[in-house]
Design a protein around this ligand. Structure first.
Ligand code: SAH
Length: 353
């Protein structure tokens, strides 16, 4: 603490700002690289552990900056092997991260906000409301810790990163993109961007911005209904960002990146699972190259929807296949620990005991 003003976390500086700070202290330039690697390659636990820096520089860092690490306050393991972590942030807020193993793959599902303000009718996170955006370093640490856990528990590092945890990542654009930079840069974790997927409810400005900024990650749209009015009732964001505008933004994304778009479609019994809905979905998907992920609905205490039955699910899927669309059915992992899609609502194991 500096007087009563809380210090800024060192990781909220970008490389240029870090460099300016080092230069202002008359330190050598190579110190920037050393500090940067402590922050974004090694996730060093404290300033004291930055062993290759002189004591005077470590003291200067301590005087000017804070360095908050996430603390794991709960960890639950599902019968299917996936794990859910609850992390406490420096302001005591809680977020959740999921680590999902599946034959030689290990996927981390990252949260981008504390809670979410989009009020999607079927999602448990909506129940929390929006608290705040996460900083790039708070997302980076979820990924770093999941990577360490993956190596420890499964014997290999994470292979995929999906922004499908709590929150709407494109409403936290700068921090998410900064995190992607630290994760993919050779100076950071050096992971390929082809292994990163960002899922959005359809924030059109953000989709276009990702394309313009040449971020080149996979994009997934949470569609859930290709009928504009119905989608507005399920996902209120659709009232201001209607499907026609979302489709235009996706077309733009595809034109710029040449990447196939993933379409996420939750099957809700007697709501959006009729063949007429499948027809509307097929029509929507003809506008750009897509891969459709049908998602089994995960029940939770905050809404009354039911998953579609097997017969309806197969009929829906077969219809899409008959239209030559690429379709997969995703059965979420981690349901028994409320770690599956749309179930993240900070119900820790401790609460439920
Ligand atoms: N806000 C972003 C990121 C969250 S991703 C987005 O909407 O894409 C979480 C995914 O899980 C989304 O596709 C979401 O629609 C889906 N989902 C929400 N509730 C669900 C539930 N109960 N069962 C299965 N999937 C759910």
């Amino acid at each position: 603490m500096n007087g009563n003003i809380p210090l800024q976390d060192i990781r909220s500086l970008n490389e240029e700002q870090l460099s300016e700070w080092v230069v202002a202290l008359n330190e050598k330039k190579f110190r920037v690289k050393q500090i940067f690697e402590h922050l974004w390659k090694h996730n060093t636990a404290s300033f004291d552990e930055m062993n290759n820096l002189p004591l005077s520089l470590r003291d200067a860092l301590k005087k000017d900056f804070s360095f908050h690490k996430l603390s794991i306050i709960d960890k639950q393991t599902s019968k299917d092997g996936s794990l859910k972590y609850a992390f406490q942030l420096s302001d005591n807020q809680i977020i959740e991260t999921v680590l999902i193993p599946s034959n030689r793959r290990s996927t981390v599902c990252v949260s981008s906000q504390v809670g979410c303000g989009l009020a999607c009718q079927f999602c448990a996170t909506a129940h929390l409301g929006y608290k705040r955006n996460l900083q790039a370093y708070e997302m980076f640490e979820q990924i770093f810790i999941a990577n360490e856990e993956s190596k420890l528990l499964f014997g290999y590092p994470i292979t995929n990163i999906v922004w499908m945890g709590m929150g709407e990542p494109l409403l936290n654009y700068e921090h998410v993109v900064a995190c992607i930079h630290y994760v993919s840069s050779p100076k950071g974790l050096g992971m390929s961007k082809s292994r990163i997927t960002l899922s959005t409810s359809g924030i059109t400005e953000g989709i276009r911005r990702l394309a313009d900024d040449d971020i080149k990650i996979h994009l997934a749209l949470s569609l859930h209904s290709a009928h504009n009015e119905q989608r507005s009732t399920l996902m209120p964001i659709n009232k201001t960002k209607p499907l026609s505008e979302v489709a235009n933004a996706l077309m733009y994304y595809h034109q710029k990146t040449k990447l196939r778009i993933s379409i996420e479609y939750l099957l809700l019994e007697s709501v959006n699972d009729s063949l007429e809905h499948a027809r509307m979905l097929a029509r929507f998907c003809k506008q750009f190259p897509v891969k459709i992920n049908l998602i089994e609905y995960n029940t939770h205490p905050y809404s009354n929807f039911k998953p579609s039955n097997t017969k309806q699910t197969i009929a829906f899927m077969d219809y899409l296949k008959s239209k030559n669309l690429i379709v997969t059915l995703r059965q979420s992992k981690g349901k028994d620990i409320a770690a599956a899609c749309g179930q993240l609502a900070n119900q820790t194991g401790m609460d439920s005991k």
